[in-house]
Design a protein around this ligand. Structure first.
Ligand SMILES: NC(=O)c1ccc[n+]([C@@H]2O[C@H](COP(=O)([O-])OP(=O)(O)OC[C@H]3O[C@@H](n4cnc5c(N)ncnc54)[C@H](OP(=O)(O)O)[C@@H]3O)[C@@H](O)[C@H]2O)c1
Length: 423
């Protein structure tokens, strides 16, 4: 049984996020001759528990299914109890609408819109798409944003004829963008070069990597572990008195500014320059933020890792590509992805544009040896849907934002995974 998260298309009305839950063979077969071709009690139990459980007892979950899947459920067992059964049919000739707990919809889009509107947005906690093959193949392709990966307890012993078989589209399992991160981590652990580093910890490393995140419908805050819930302390170690003494900056303040400051004097406001160009000269090929200032490097406790960002405007959308010379995958990179994505969304709002893509280009992408075990645990986890970022629409000045102007909707990460920072 696999669950794969996905996000609804938000281009017309607001739509619900959903998860896909399905039992599949290794070849992604899910049904034969209108029925389940196996009976795995563990899978059925998992399905029941997953789709029935809600954290708020006043709410229940919805299960979206194709008309044939509905018909494949034995009459005495349908509608699936304790859940809102949403049946997709284009023919409209089926009269289930009178049955309690059953809703009929003509498309996946209309189902997700319906579930995002009252009363369902208040009474339904989670939405699961439960099959069958047609719904997965056509509808998820239509919403163009299914993602996730097979991590199924699959029935590998049974070999079925593929005739009359309902199949899942393979794309369901490889499109969640968190896999750009997870696959890169895995690749570094499996085949990275062993290198020494300034902290003496030892790393595994790859050179020249790229990840791409779509900011149009959701926000890439990684879900396979929870990022520090309140307050960010990843740089505290590089601003401590002990560390500053070690790098010859004992005279400097023990704070985050010392750690990251590019230049002490504010000689040129690069951010305002970027905003001005995005607004007034959007085709400019020099919309650049540069933190790498060679003459100032000696004044810094740690020279900038994310050193260069270029912004790009196209079709009313703002994209950003950031070059990071050194990227620590376990603790740092999830924050780097989130912070440049956030900056892109903020500048887009100020300039009356929509967010486009965040492209993360990395020079030395490395995993500290001390993080390998924790990251191996993390890459086994199934990503959940990315949250949606809401920004107070009235804010039009980059210096006016405060924390309460930002709201993350639907962030439901896996638990925290402990990793120590190498200093
Ligand atoms: N292994 C699992 O976890 C699992 C889960 C579910 C089902 N299954 C199996 O899968 C098989 C059924 O799957 P299937 O692929 O044959 O059929 P299905 O996807 O369940 O249902 C197909 C029907 O749903 C409607 N439909 C599909 N996409 C739609 C859309 N985008 N908008 C509106 N209506 C839409 C159409 O109904 P109309 O013809 O009425 O227009 C279509 O004929 C069965 O064997 C079942 O046991 C297995």
């Amino acid at each position: 049984m696999a669950t794969a998260p996905a996000n609804g298309d938000s281009q017309s009305g607001p739509q619900r996020n959903y998860q896909v839950v399905v039992a599949a063979t290794r070849d992604l077969g899910i049904g034969k001759d209108g029925i389940l071709p196996w009976e795995l009690l563990g899978d059925l139990k998992f399905f029941k528990e997953l789709t029935l459980s809600s954290s708020d007892p006043a709410k229940k979950n919805a299960v979206i299914m194709g008309r044939e899947t509905w018909e494949s459920i034995p009459v005495k067992l349908r509608p699936l109890p304790g859940r809102l059964n949403v049946i997709l049919t284009r023919s409209g000739s089926f009269d289930f609408a009178t049955v309690e707990n059953v809703v009929i919809c003509g498309s996946m889009k209309s189902a997700l819109e319906l579930l995002a509107s009252t009363p369902y947005c208040l009474s339904i906690e989670k939405v699961f798409v439960i099959g069958g093959g047609q719904v997965m193949r056509k509808s998820l392709a239509e919403t163009n944003d299914s993602n996730g990966k097979e991590s199924a307890e699959v029935d590998s012993k049974n070999k079925f004829e593929t005739e009359n078989f309902s199949f899942l589209p393979k794309m369901i399992f490889d499109r969640h963008e968190e896999y750009h991160y997870l696959n890169l981590v895995e690749d570094i652990i499996r085949s990275g070069a062993q290198k020494n580093d300034r902290t003496g910890t030892g790393t595994l490393s790859k050179f020249g990597c790229q990840m791409r995140f779509n900011l149009r419908k959701s926000f890439p805050l990684l879900t396979t572990k929870v990022l520090q819930e309140k307050g960010i302390h990843i740089w505290d170690g590089n601003a401590s008195r002990e560390y500053l003494g070690r790098v010859g900056l004992a005279h400097r303040e023990e704070d985050i500014q010392t750690c990251m400051l590019t230049t002490l004097e504010k000689v040129f406001d690069q951010l305002m320059d970027v905003i001005d160009k995005v607004k007034n000269n959007p085709d400019d090929r020099r919309i650049i933020l540069s933190a790498w200032n060679p003459s100032d490097l000696k004044k810094m406790a740690l020279p900038p890792c994310h050193m260069f960002a270029q912004f790009y405007v196209e079709n009313g959308e703002l994209s950003c590509q950031m070059y990071q010379r050194s990227a620590e995958m376990g603790l740092g990179v999830p924050f780097n992805i989130a912070s440049y994505s956030l900056l892109t969304c903020m500048i887009a709002q100020i300039c009356d544009l929509s967010p486009g893509d965040f492209v993360h280009v990395i020079g030395d992408a490395h995993v500290y040896r001390t993080h390998v075990r924790a990251l191996e645990e993390q890459i086994q986890k199934m990503p959940k849907p990315f949250p949606i970022l809401k920004i107070n629409p009235s804010k039009k000045d980059i210096d006016s934002f405060v924390a309460s102007d930002f709201k993350l909707v639907g962030y439901d990460p896996h638990q925290k995974i402990e990793m120590k920072m190498a200093i």
